[in-house]
Unconditional design. Sequence first.
Length: 320
Amino acid sequence: MITYQDRFHQEWSQLKDRHVRALAWLLTSPDLLDKNSAIWWHQIATLDLPNPEQLRAWLFSLDAHPTALHEALKIHKFLRLGHYAEDLLVFYFNHVGLLYGHGIQVHNEKAETIGEFDYLLFAEGGLLHIELATKFYLFHHASNPTKLNIDNGPIANVYDYVGPNLNDSLGAKMQKILQRQLTLSQHDAARKLIQSKVVAARALIKGWLFYRSSEHRQVVAGINANHCLGFWWTMSEFEQLAVPYALKLDRLQWLAPAQVGIEEALDKSLILDTLQRHFQVDFSPVMVAILKKNGAVMQEFCRGMVVPNDWPARAAQIHQ
């Protein structure tokens, strides 16, 4: 079975700069959501890219001379993944001449913030408002659903995708984006601030979804069938896996499939030690890339979230 990671490496393994690789993933990865699903009110965006050869030539040129990208990203140790992804896309929209504005805050008469436009892009007849979200959710089926399918089993829905730290869900996040963030241009204060007409508002949703490796992956309404996916395991389950080499991924490494030098890879005993040390002081799940050797580098062929052993029980209690 050819995975998304296999396809990504076939296309982009020659990219050396990790930020350029992240940008390549952001631009070319499948959208997380099905833009044709009615549950999203037809407000899901997809990137309109130049022809593949032109995009490929630009990214490889950027990889050879990445200084401008590095300066635009302003990387620092407190940078959040969402802001990192936003800045990557700002760089691209600037390159193709689409960017009217980014991070434009709207305030009311009391100087209180009403909202913020992620991106305003030049479009036919005015401006296009784009909200970007890069999300990583674990599929955990609700234990007491109110709806049943034809087999009298629980119907999976987008609220069954929960955040690693159990503080949100894909359904709740999208409700906020659709009902609040994408309606910002309709506010009087926004109309006064933005002189050009905002002709449409769309949500661009990228990311990865994670499933129990022992479960058959269900078809969930609203989810793109070809989305980027991985698995999730409790610490005890991960200890039983036949892991050749792995890498604990820091937040800013979560976007593109990992590719690192051979010396950076950890064997099973080292990755287990790393995870055990983490869970002694921190209960947040850990993103792990499972690696295989390809020439002079190690490449991700599978990824997953390793969670504390009590995570499933806490998820069942919080997201009933």
